[in-house]
Design a protein around this ligand. Structure first.
Ligand code: ATP
Ligand code: MG
Length: 503
């Protein structure tokens, strides 16, 4: 690349946290008008490197050069002044402020009289940013009324409004639908044409190959490779990321047919779920496929007592049950790993140990205090079982990498030893290695006799892990397949409401 095109040079960057060296002498560069994918397993150091670039963290050692000049980036405002902005992996919007106020937070346009904010301008400008992204979002709406995907797109709008020369995007697509992802890719390509450099972090390698020009791979805090996307393929990238032979992605061993554990008969929530009937046996994984909004989460929430049943019934081991709360469902042996783990599953400021054990201890101990040694033992057991990478049980969950946070939530549910485990998008944001581990774990649970219901938007995953598959469309079950007969085409057809063999 020509010298004048090299926007950013990061050299020999090292960063340690207590018990972890997150980055070891990493080199990274980004040039004008490129989309540079940054990939690696959970905990490889991707977010840390980007936080150093944008001043959220300070490197222990190393040198950053920006447009030919050495720079010190000590705070987010330093990086903003240089023309660098970032979309964070964790949503950083303030829920009880409007979208417009969030976009212009800390740099509100002022009226001619100093000290007075020009609200009209703030809202018209932020609305313009939103409209450019084809978003149906009102700049005056409160952020907490938006869906996660919409919030993610507001983050994008915010980064764009800074007119940055470089934008680092840390897993911006992890909660977007395919359609929103395509909109974002169009925006990225457009920015690239204008000469902006984009650093794109994602765990979906298809996305990397769809949109990036170059790829850098990190592993265990080290720089492993940088190459143009055209020279690589997915297998090669996985090999570089993992640095070892991967276990089989979808380990399958059929389990013996056991009795029906849970059954839904004509289940409706009077809103997004209509007339759903199915049986789930112990020892079996039932995959639920469908497009976003097909009613899969509604099904899970209705089974779990989070939504009232308006029609139909749920049977547990043949007996009709009515759950009026999640607590009742849990008492009856159900577990539910929700889709939005940051909001519903994790206590970020608490330690790994507390996060893993809190459900088990609150159910088990009726005296109200926790036996510390027992909690340690329980937490240890699950940290090992799920290969959660943490320097200690006392580490705050906030400090774990995204994928390891995910495993913490799953661990907590496993401590309850549920008879029925519902998992909603369990491997979203999880790297290939951890994904294989979670798949293996699900199969192991089935072998142990648990009835597993898994919702996934990734067809290869549904096809790979399930014994049987139901497909949903507009709140109804529109397809049912045994493992042997299921194909991507058949599922897609049912998911889009085409002719099918639903019974
Ligand atoms: N504030 C912190 N305190 C302690 N350890 C941290 C902190 N931030 C990150 N780490 C550790 O540094 C390592 C790198 O984490 P980082 O978040 O950069 O990974 P990542 O590549 O972004 O992973 P993911 O794909 O899961 O988001 C991990 O071992 C993580 O636990
Ligand atoms: Mg990260």
């Amino acid at each position: 690349m020509a010298e004048e095109n090299a926007f950013l040079l990061m050299e020999n960057i090292s960063k340690s946290f207590p018990g972890v060296q997150a980055l070891k002498e990493v080199n990274f560069e980004a040039t004008r008008g490129e989309i540079h994918a940054l990939v690696g397993e959970n905990g490889a150091g991707k977010s840390t490197l980007m936080k150093i670039l944008t001043g959220a963290l300070i490197e222990d050692e190393g040198q950053i050069t920006w447009r030919g000049k050495p720079v010190k980036i000590n705070s987010p405002s330093d990086s903003q002044e240089l023309g660098i902005s970032m979309i964070h992996q964790e949503l950083s919007l303030i829920p009880y402020l409007t979208v417009g106020k969030n976009i212009y937070l800390g740099r509100e346009p002022s009226r001619p009289i100093p000290g007075f904010i020009d609200w009209k301008k703030l809202y018209s400008e932020s609305q313009r940013q939103l409209d450019q992204l084809n978003l149906d979002v009102d700049a005056r709406a409160d952020v907490h009324d938006l869906s996660i995907a919409q919030q993610q797109m507001v983050e994008v709008a915010k980064a764009l409004s800074l007119n940055a020369d470089l934008i680092a995007m840390d897993e911006p697509t992890s909660s977007l639908t395919d359609k929103e992802t395509e909109i974002l890719f169009d925006v990225m390509r457009h920015l690239k044409e204008q000469g902006v450099a984009i650093i794109f972090i994602t765990h979906r390698l298809e996305e990397v190959f769809e949109v990036s020009d170059r790829i850098t791979v990190l592993r265990d805090g080290r720089h492993i490779a940088t190459a143009s996307t055209a020279e690589l393929d997915q297998n090669k990238v996985v090999e570089l990321m993992v640095g070892r032979e991967l276990g089989e992605m979808y380990p399958y061993s059929p389990t013996e047919q056991r009795e029906t554990v849970i059954e839904a008969r004509n289940l409706s929530d009077g809103w997004e779920l209509h007339d759903a009937s199915f049986e789930l046996h112990g020892g079996e994984i039932l995959g639920v496929a469908g497009l976003i909004g097909a009613g899969r989460t509604a099904l899970a929430e209705t089974l779990f007592g989070l939504r009232p049943v308006s029609r139909g019934e749920i049977l547990l081991s043949g007996e009709v049950v009515k759950f009026h709360s999640a607590k009742q469902a849990i008492k009856n042996g159900l577990g539910f790993v929700p889709e939005d783990r940051k909001l519903q599953g994790l206590f970020l400021n608490m330690a790994v140990r507390e996060n893993v054990t809190m459900s088990a201890t609150s159910l088990v101990s009726n005296l109200g205090f926790v036996n510390s040694a027992k909690a340690d033992k329980l937490a240890d057991q699950y940290v090992e079982k799920l290969d959660i990478r943490t320097p200690s049980l006392r580490q705050r969950v906030r400090n774990l990498s995204g994928g390891n946070q995910q495993k913490v939530v799953i661990a907590r549910w496993l401590t309850l030893q549920p008879r029925v485990l519902i998992l909603d998008e369990p491997t979203r944001g999880v790297d290939v290695g951890a994904k294989a581990e979670i798949h293996g774990l699900m199969r192991q649970l089935a072998l142990d006799g648990v009835a597993v219901l898994v919702i996934s938007s990734e067809l290869p995953e549904v096809l790979g892990v399930s014994d049987r598959i139901v497909v949903m469309h507009e709140g109804r079950i529109t397809g049912r397949f045994d493992r042997d007969e299921a194909t991507q085409d058949k599922i897609m057809l049912a998911a889009t409401g085409g002719e099918n063999n639903a019974s």
